[in-house]
Design a protein around this ligand. Sequence first.
Ligand code: NAD
Length: 260
Amino acid sequence: MLRGRTAIITGSTSGIGLGVARRLAGAGADIVLNGFGDADEIEALRADIANTHGVRATYHGADMSKPAEIAALIAHAKAEHGRLDILVNNAGIQFVAPVEEFPPERWDAVIAINLSASFHTTRLAVPLMRAQGWGRIINIASAHGLVASVNKVAYVSAKHGLVGMTKVVALETAGSGITVNAICPGWVLTPLVQKQVDALAESKGLNDAEAREALLGEKQPSKKFVSPEQLGGLAVFLCSEDAAQVTGTTHSMDGGWVAQ
Ligand code: NAD
């Protein structure tokens, strides 16, 4: 279905981004991986995606907090793959503290990676997509793009901002063959969330299984984690022709979190 298309997935060396990359490759798309990690492990991931799905996969290590490196990532897709059809803005970090104790440099880092990076990728990708008359931009927001929680002022602000950006760019590109949508996951058991499980275990004296259950119980009515592969399935749908008129929307996959 996506044969001949090229997708950049930011932050795809781990977690949700990796799950989305694997599902897009499974649908036939060539892949540009991005994110941090051990060089040998990243090369193994890249080769595995290429070999398993018979697609072209490359890697670019742009730091998504740095606009010049983001420009180099987009230029890499154009130079190495000759095109850019699908942009998944996924790279993200978390920091948890009450507002009066929130370190300003952590605020700046969360806003840079979780919000401004998507502005920079989008502003550079849209002209390429307009020239092709086809494009898909998928912003990995969060349940925290729709509702708030305590101690996450930067993350919730960034994710609400990303939902707003999704709507603006959808309006600006409507009718051009480009769609822009946000996916709003609930809890997904990735390294980003495991850190929060560990913090809860430590503060409440729980073991790992108890802490996971407590975390889910607080927000996610299904009491089950969403998986990166399930989110990848939704991304594949948004890239399909059936989704050509789906734009400017948020798609929750959160076990009922924001229905409450
Ligand atoms: P993760 O920590 O497993 O993966 C994050 C990825 O981003 C990694 O590949 C990492 O190397 C990369 N990354 C981090 N900083 C980067 C930078 N400066 N430049 C380039 N790459 C960078 O996290 P995850 O849980 O898979 O999160 C992915 C996205 O999904 C984030 O935007 C997160 O906010 C969002 N999200 C996660 C959950 C969840 O429950 N895990 C829920 C809702 C939304």
